[in-house]
Each structure stands twice: as structure tokens, then as C-alpha cells.
Write a protein that binds this ligand. Structure first.
Ligand code: MLT
Length: 404
């Protein structure tokens, strides 16, 4: 038998697994130290009451013969797809049909699985730094070429540097690319794209017959009024973009698992409708998100649910401000944190990302994410997440400042 040789080309382990490994090794060697984790963007606030109550009701339904449900629709139950269309998109002035929304178990899975729809010879453009899932899943599919450890780049990927000079938003590629991954508010830098910038991408994609994969998993953290929440707020996006969204960070579902992907029916490439292709893919490989979880997600759209998730988001936004102001006050160069739960911080004294990561781990007992793990342009940065507990975040900032 023949294995997928592309897996042999992947460097080391997945970024967050590597951080977990290093952190566990440090903890094992230093059992007396209490670590504060501001590394992986995992939420800490419990599920909102409205979500819990809906979940309990759905569990009871599953225990009674009259209301028990077996396989659900692979695309998601109508009640949730309707709530998404009416409450996430209509207020933005975006009209979608329910069958353009596909409920899933996570934006991470969808961002990876969507690659099933694309041929091996597409030219793929990614931001640099970038959420590693986009890169690794293309590498697994053979679309990334070979990895060069020295440059930290894959030979066939097109990297779009996002640096302090361009405000961490990428310039349009000079050559033709076929698939473009965009994530705003950005993971890891926390930067956002303006309406004009997104309009330029939509124009490019429509003109070049390219496809935008738009990850807006962090849109709930936008605080500034003019920042677009969805690519479909831009005219023409329905003919060139797929959008990924998630309940993970918005409603505390990182462990509960629910997300959705929008594939407009107008979106055609290579003579085929991508909505139909994604539907075919999902029906074949996926049996849907559990009923109980979809009822829990639906509760996010009730008035109480909305209020309760907003309380949690505000809690994390307060953390973001704490980290941002604390590190800035200590003389570090920081960005993000305003429309995002991530703070992007330049390492001091020209330290490498992993060097600063180790220093903070060992001297402050604070876990961060080294920027280099997100791509070559992330070197010289670390990322901190605002998803921790408030007191712990406060202490982490104090510890980091003391080390500095
Ligand atoms: C992150 O820390 O970047 C995210 O938590 C990862 C994810 O959402 O998969």
C-alpha cells in the first residue's frame, strides 16, 4: 500500500500540540510552579445559562420515544440554519438562503475539509503569519509543494507578508493566484480589514476567477463600527467567497463543537457550483452535528442567549485591554486586542519568538504562542490570548512586566 507521502513533508508537530508538549515538559520538571496559559485561544467562561437550558431540554427530548431523533440532516437542522440567516446575516444587510448555510462541528474542520473541493494544481495564497490549519491542510493535500526548514516556507504556497509596515493586512498578489485564505479579525495578529480592502480582494477574485476562503471566526469581537463582520457585506462577494464562522469563541463552544460555513449558490468555478459540491461532500463524509448541540447553538440567538454571550465577550474584551495596556505600559510594541481576542506583541531586545516564549514560560510561568509558529513573518513576535480568567490574566501581565 501507498501512504500519502505529503504527511512525511510536514515539519514537526501541529503548532498548538508543540506548545502543549513544551508546557507539559516544563510542568513535569517544575511541579511547584503554577502556570498561567495565554497560549491556545481556548475559552474559559462556562456556557451561558440559556445554552445550558436548551441543551438540557434537548437531552430530555432524546430520552423520550416521541421526540427522539436519529440521524439529522447533514447540513444542519432548519431551525439553526434559519436563525443564522435571520440573525447573523440579515442585520448586516446580507440575504442568504438557508441552503447556503452548512452547520458543522468546527471552523477548523471546515477550513481543512473544504480542500476536498479543489484540484492539486491550484496556486494557494496565505497570509504570513497565518492560522497553521490553512497551510498544513494544503500541504497534506499536496498543494503546498516542499517545506524548507531554513525559510520556514512551502515551495508552492504564495506568502503574503503581514507586517507592522502594512498594518498586518496583506497587499494583493502581483501574480495570479487561485485560492486566497483571509481571516479577519485576524488570527494571530488581531488586525482587521477595512471595507475598501475587502472590496479590493473581492474585485481581484472575481476578475481572476479566484476563490476567497474567508474565516470570520472572531467577528463577534469587533468593537469598531465601520469594520465589516462578513465578506458578504461587500458587493460581489457571493460569486467569489466562502465564509467560515464558529460558535467556539462567540459562545464558548470550543469543547461543545458547532460552527457553520456559507457557500453561496451563485459561487461557480470550473463550470461547477461549489454549493452543490460542498453539499455532496458533507452528505458523503459527515453525519451532522448532534441535535442537542444544535439546539444549544440555537439558544445563542434568543434574547437571553444574546445578552449572556455578550457578557462573556465583554469579559474577554476587558482581558484584551488589560493585556494590551499592561504590555504597552511596560514598553513593548503591541497591536490587536481592539477588535480581537488576540494581542500581537513584538519581542524585546531582538529576541526570537521561541526564545521569548521560553523566557516567559521559565521566568514568568506564563504560556504564550510564539509568532514564528504562524509563519516566517511571525518571527520576533508572540501572541497572547484574552480568553483566560480575569484574575489570572491580571497576574500574568504583572508577571510578564516583572520579567521585562
Ligand atoms: C488558536 O489559538 O489559534 C485557536 O484556538 C485555534 C483554533 O481555533 O483551532
Amino acid at each position: 500500500m501507498q501512504i500519502n507521502e505529503n504527511y512525511q513533508k510536514l515539519p514537526g508537530s501541529y503548532l498548538f500540540s508543540e506548545i502543549a508538549r513544551r508546557t507539559a515538559a516544563y510542568s513535569a520538571a517544575n511541579p511547584d510552579k503554577t502556570l498561567i496559559r495565554l497560549g491556545i485561544g481556548d475559552v474559559t467562561r462556562p456556557l451561558p445559562q440559556a445554552v445550558l437550558e436548551a441543551m438540557h431540554r434537548a437531552v430530555d427530548e432524546m430520552g423520550a420515544a416521541e421526540t427522539f431523533r436519529g440521524y439529522g440532516p447533514e447540513q444542519g437542522y432548519d431551525f439553526l440554519r434559519r436563525a443564522i440567516v435571520e440573525q447573523d446575516y440579515l442585520p448586516l444587510g446580507v440575504c442568504l438562503e438557508e441552503d447556503e448555510v452548512f452547520v458543522s462541528d468546527g471552523a477548523k474542520s471546515d477550513c481543512g475539509n473544504i480542500g476536498d473541493l479543489f484540484g492539486p494544481d491550484n496556486v494557494v495564497a496565505v497570509c504570513d503569519p497565518v492560522y497553521p490549519v490553512y497551510v498544513d491542510t494544503n500541504a497534506m493535500a499536496g498543494r503546498a509543494g516542499d517545506y524548507c526548514a531554513r525559510s520556514g516556507k512551502w515551495s508552492k504556497l504564495r506568502y503574503m507578508p503581514c507586517t507592522a509596515e502594512n498594518g498586518f493586512t496583506p497587499a494583493l498578489p502581483e501574480e495570479k493566484v487561485d485560492i486566497i485564505y483571509l481571516c479577519f479579525p485576524n488570527n494571530p495578529t488581531g488586525a482587521v480589514a477595512t471595507r475598501e480592502q475587502l472590496a479590493a480582494w473581492v474585485k481581484y477574485a472575481n476578475e481572476q476567477d479566484a476563490l476567497i476562503l474567508y474565516d470570520s471566526a472572531y467577528e463577534a469581537f469587533i468593537t469598531q463600527p465601520d469594520v465589516p463582520h462578513s465578506i458578504y457585506e461587500i458587493e460581489g462577494a457571493k460569486t467569489c467567497a466562502i465564509e467560515f464562522r464558529s460558535f467556539s469563541k462567540t459562545a464558548g463552544f470550543t469543547g461543545t463543537r458547532c460552527a457553520y460555513t456559507v457557500v453561496p449558490r451563485q459561487l461557480q468555478r470550473g463550470g461547477a457550483g461549489l454549493n452543490g459540491m460542498w453539499n455532496r461532500r458533507q452528505c458523503t463524509k459527515f453525519n451532522g452535528v448532534p441535535y442537542v448541540i444544535q439546539r444549544a447553538a440555537e439558544a445563542v440567538y434568543t434574547p437571553e442567549g444574546r445578552r449572556q454571550i455578550q457578557e462573556n465577550i465583554s469579559y474577554y474584551q476587558r482581558n484584551a485591554q488589560l493585556i494590551y495596556q499592561g504590555l504597552k505600559g511596560a514598553g513593548l510594541t503591541v497591536s490587536g486586542g481592539i477588535n480581537s481576542p488576540y494581542i500581537w506583541c513584538k519581542t524585546p531586545d531582538g529576541l526570537g519568538s521561541w526564545e521569548f516564549f521560553d523566557r516567559l514560560l521559565e521566568r514568568a510561568n506564563v504560556v504564550t504562542t510564539p509568532g514564528a509558529g504562524f509563519g516566517p513573518s511571525g518571527e520576533g513576535y508572540i501572541r497572547l490570548t484574552a480568553f483566560g480568567e480575569y484574575r489570572a490574566t491580571q497576574e500574568a501581565v504583572e508577571r510578564v512586566c516583572a520579567v521585562l
